[in-house]
Design a protein around this ligand. Structure first.
Ligand SMILES: C[S@@+](CC[C@H](N)C(=O)[O-])C[C@H]1O[C@@H](n2cnc3c(N)ncnc32)[C@H](O)[C@@H]1O
Length: 290
């Protein structure tokens, strides 16, 4: 791959998906994009770049998808899901008792193991949640992973990673050598493509946001921007869960660590108060300062 082609791809991926490739990741780009080029009948990266330069949107989307890392597994890192069950859900159930609704967003849901792990946790609260409007929205940039996620069919290897055996027995049906998640759990998760983590205001407001193991691929400015925009779609008492290698600390003051709950964050109340002051109607400001 020529340095010019690499620069073109680096820039395009940054704009398209926020992916931050350092200058020494040519091997990664080649290992993902040469098979893609061959599959679409092109000789290699040079031809792929030339075709993308003609403005082929479908090809550009395929390139962005091919460069994503989709590694995931059920109840990944375990602790965030323990916190969800033991602290976050019980607190939210009390706080939303009048409203009787709960919205959870899984912002980089890959092949579904994460949103379905959340759904299985919620199922444990089924009797308390009877009559509530509960939504789990799972989004990802990649259409391919969303299709796999919607099918809810997992290999023996996939169900052996992180999924407690009792959950496998309770929520899955064996189909030959594969395991299909039962329809009641699948129905709890709405799956939507979200091409960029740039604009998600249309998704509405959430009580819990899982945005795990995706920020690691972004540069500092992109992360700051995403944290900032997340504050606009999270309830003031909502909870943000990040991956084990991710944090807001030292990057943004939009969120504060949730005390003694590693990996969880809450909107910074100081910032929220300041934002509230900014949007106070002028008449109210005038009377408040009189
Ligand atoms: C490593 S997986 C993490 C999956 C899951 N959150 C977990 O922690 O197990 C990262 C996912 O983020 C998605 N992704 C990458 N860049 C994205 C972007 N800009 N917008 C939305 N999703 C993105 C990828 O397609 C991939 O499925």
């Amino acid at each position: 791959m020529t340095p010019l082609d690499y620069e073109f791809l680096r820039k395009l991926l940054k704009e398209r998906s926020g992916l931050d490739l350092s200058s020494d990741k040519q091997y990664l780009v080649e290992s993902r994009l040469i098979p893609l080029a061959r599959r679409v009948g092109l000789a290699g990266i040079a031809e792929l770049v030339a075709k993308m330069k003609t403005g082929s949107e479908a090809l550009t989307a395929e390139v962005a998808e091919a460069m994503t890392t989709n590694e995931t597994f059920f109840f990944r890192d375990k602790i965030p899901f323990d916190h969800l069950r033991e602290t976050v859900l019980p607190e939210l159930l009390r706080a939303r008792a009048n409203r009787r609704s709960l919205r959870i967003w899984c912002a980089a849901s890959s092949t579904g193991q994460e949103p379905y792990s959340i759904a299985m946790c919620l199922k444990e609260f089924a009797s308390v949640l009877a009559g509530w409007r509960v939504e789990i929205v799972a989004t990802d940039l990649s259409q391919a992973v969303l299709e796999k996620s919607r099918a809810g069919i997992f290999s023996q290897f996939e169900v052996q990673r992180g999924l407690p055996i009792q959950m496998l027995v309770k929520h899955f049906t064996q189909v030959g050598e594969l395991w299909q998640l039962n329809a009641d759990i699948r129905a709890m998760v709405q799956q939507r493509q979200l091409k960029r983590l740039q604009d998600f205001s249309h998704l509405g407001s959430f009580d819990v946001i899982f945005c795990r193991n995706v920020m690691i691929y972004f540069d500092q400015d992109t992360k700051v921007g995403i944290f900032e925009r997340l504050t606009k779609v999270i309830e003031p008492d909502g909870v943000l869960a990040l991956g084990a290698a991710e944090s807001v600390v030292g990057i943004s003051d939009a969120f504060k660590p949730y005390p003694e709950r590693r990996g969880l964050y809450r909107p910074n109340p100081v910032r929220a108060a300041r934002a509230g002051a900014t949007i106070m109607p002028l008449r109210a400001v005038a009377s408040a300062t009189r």
